[in-house]
Unconditional design. Structure first.
Lengths: 314, 309
């Protein structure tokens, strides 16, 4: 996979901790995320871990299902135990995370005391992409830098006696620097790929300070190009969970990609003053069957205000 | 399609958010003053007004605010709420408004507004008029003449201004934020823009008047700057209209009014000096915010300013 122009070149060390950036400061953090939607099983596998302030580790693992209120499985540890030499091969409170081939593969395993055995393999479709390669850049309050990568996924999970083997597509990111959630009024974090990896999409549309920022890339025909414009609209249910998402994205090369996505599995996840609605979706990219994970972020107070008054007054 | 009767009251369904409102401004940057005239009525026939003259940093030289005044079947052809009177003497083309303060408001105001183009309603925009702000609303730039007496000082003005008229439900709390901008560079170059974020969607509204053509807003890009109160200090804006024209605007604040609406929103009204396509302009920039968000941003800016010192 190539790019339409020279893009940020990450090194193998970017898979590891960036202590000089992420160890100190009021919002200093480093985080890794891996998502594996399995819409055909109405499941969403979501693994996330982070380090705050240079020393405090946390992680969660959830498996979302048809009901966004109640995950099929959730394990959260806000003050976790880190074990390992580096992020090449480590664990945080039982969440095993390896990155065998730099910038390309990841292997995540988790066995929870309350009923989940999970094993996910991730193989990047293209080089990791930096938001700095978008015209809006990577705002300092999001991160110093971060990479995003579409990938092929495979694995298995055993949950409450149900065993699921899966192959599909997913997404991962790695972020380091400051993160000030208070800047965000709303966002749409959109990831989709066709099962063969021939086309993939990552887009982040952020409402911040009353303005819109756009990040991401299109990958098609083995060429990755930064997103130039992104428009997405979501149909929200009575609780403001997105049931469908439609999007149109144009990259710097002028290529257009359209997304249609429909709810399959997810969880409405409360974090601090926010709600992160994490939804795995059955999708199409330019009409070709695909799989998507779309996260919409909302201030929880806004959602409460709208969902408690909906229907009032007609 | 607007009709002359749209200058008058519209039927409102009985709902908590139903209202009809009229707004007029007078920007006097050479005197560091902004006049803000706002009146409304709800579905029960209860009216109110906010009439204020402000300077920089929310300095209120005069303010009159009342609500819940029964007006029965009174209409906007001759509308009186407290000391505010307005008359739509030639529907959609001419009107006048005046204010006579009582014992607590040392302000008298008389103004005549002559429209410089056909009124533009948001139903004409591709995004329409969102149901959460109104059934419909129209906006209109005009030429303003009149006089203001404040604290024994009389100011005559011969300038440009703006008005709007909105009717239907106004659900402030569904809105995440918005920017509403009106600006005039003389009688023949003017615009109104509203960019609104609600339920994660962005809608764009308004018009550009240039070269004798009134054209609907299609797309808008804004970049604003803010002070330690999260009050806007400057705005750069580029507007694309339905005729394919690109119009640029810049604005720098000289006056600021801040107040609250609904359960969640704060409104920051900035009177600005500025330009449209390089021509000197009077600009009014209104920003609406979730109060908690505005407060957190104000703390951040104040902290940055403090740490820089």
């Amino acid at each position: 996979v190539t790019a339409t122009r020279p893009l940020t070149h990450f090194t193998p060390d970017d898979d590891l901790l960036h202590d000089e950036i992420s160890k100190a400061g009021p919002h200093a953090r480093e985080s890794l995320l891996l998502t594996a939607p399995i819409p055909e099983e109405q499941l969403l596998v979501f693994c996330y871990l982070w380090r705050e302030g240079g020393s405090k580790w946390g992680r969660f693992v959830f498996v979302g299902g048809p009901d966004p209120d109640t995950p099929e499985f959730l394990s959260f540890e806000g003050d976790g135990e880190f074990s390992g030499e580096s992020l090449r091969d480590f664990s945080v409170s039982g969440l095993q995370w390896r990155q065998p081939e730099p910038l390309r593969t990841a292997a995540v395993d988790f066995t929870g005391a309350d009923g989940l055995e999970l094993s996910v393999r991730f193989e990047g479709i293209h080089q990791p992409f930096s938001w700095h390669d978008n015209a809006d850049g990577c705002p300092g309050w999001v991160a110093h830098n971060r990479y995003e990568q579409s990938g092929l996924t495979s694995g298995s999970l055993m949950l409450h006696g149900r065993r699921v083997e899966f192959t599909g597509v997913g997404h991962r990111d790695h972020s380091w620097g400051e993160r000030d959630w208070n800047m965000l009024q709303h966002w749409k974090w959109i990831n989709a790929a066709t099962p063969d990896g021939a086309a993939s999409l990552h887009a982040m549309i952020m409402f911040a300070k009353g303005e819109i920022l756009v990040n991401g890339y299109l990958n098609r025909g083995a060429v990755v190009s930064p997103v130039a414009t992104a428009e997405a609209t979501a149909e929200l249910d009575e609780r403001m969970i997105h049931r469908t998402v439609s999007g149109r994205f144009v990259d710097e090369a002028g290529r257009e990609m359209t997304l249609e996505a429909e709810y399959a599995a997810g969880w409405s996840m409360p974090i601090q003053h926010l709600l992160l609605n994490e939804i795995g979706m059955t999708a199409t990219l330019d009409g070709v069957p695909a799989v998507a994970h779309v996260e919409l972020g909302w201030p929880a107070a806004y959602v409460r205000a709208l969902t408690s008054t909906d229907g009032e007054g007609g | 399609m607007l009709e002359p009767k749209d200058d008058l009251r519209h039927p409102l369904v009985a709902s908590p958010h139903a209202r009809e409102s009229l707004f007029y401004n007078v920007l006097l940057p050479e005197h560091e003053l902004m006049v803000f005239v706002y009146t409304w009525v709800n579905s029960a026939g209860e009216a109110g007004h906010l009439v204020t003259v402000v300077g920089q940093d929310n300095t209120r030289h005069a303010v009159s605010a009342i609500d819940g005044v029964p007006v029965g079947g009174a209409d906007f052809d001759d509308w009186r709420v407290g000391g505010l009177r307005l008359r739509h003497t030639d529907p959609m083309r001419r009107l006048d408004f005046s204010f006579t303060g009582g014992d607590d408001t040392d302000l008298t105001l008389e103004a005549e507004f002559r429209a410089t183009h056909a009124a533009f309603d948001y139903a004409q925009n591709a995004d329409g008029c969102p149901a959460i702000i109104a059934d419909n609303r129209f906006e209109q730039s005009g030429h303003l003449t009149g006089r203001l007496t404040l604290g024994g000082r009389t100011i005559e003005f011969d300038t440009t201004g703006h008005r709007d008229h909105s009717w239907g439900d106004r659900d402030w709390d569904s809105i995440q934020d918005w920017k509403w901008v009106s600006a005039q560079a003389g009688d023949d170059l003017a615009l109104n823009v509203m960019v609104m974020h609600a339920r994660g969607e962005t809608t764009r509204h308004g018009y550009v008047l240039a070269d004798g053509v009134l054209s609907a807003v299609r797309d808008v890009r804004t970049r604003a700057e803010y002070d330690e109160h999260w009050w806007q200090t400057a705005l750069d804006m580029t507007v694309c209209d339905a005729d394919g024209r690109e119009t640029t605007l810049d604005a720098r604040r000289y006056a600021l009014l801040a107040f609250e609406a609904g359960e969640r929103m704060a409104l920051h009204e900035a009177g600005c000096r500025g330009s449209i396509n390089g021509r000197d302009a009077l600009v009014h920039v209104e920003c609406g915010w979730d109060r908690h968000y505005a407060a957190s941003q104000a703390r951040r800016v104040a902290g940055e300013n403090g740490s820089a010192g």
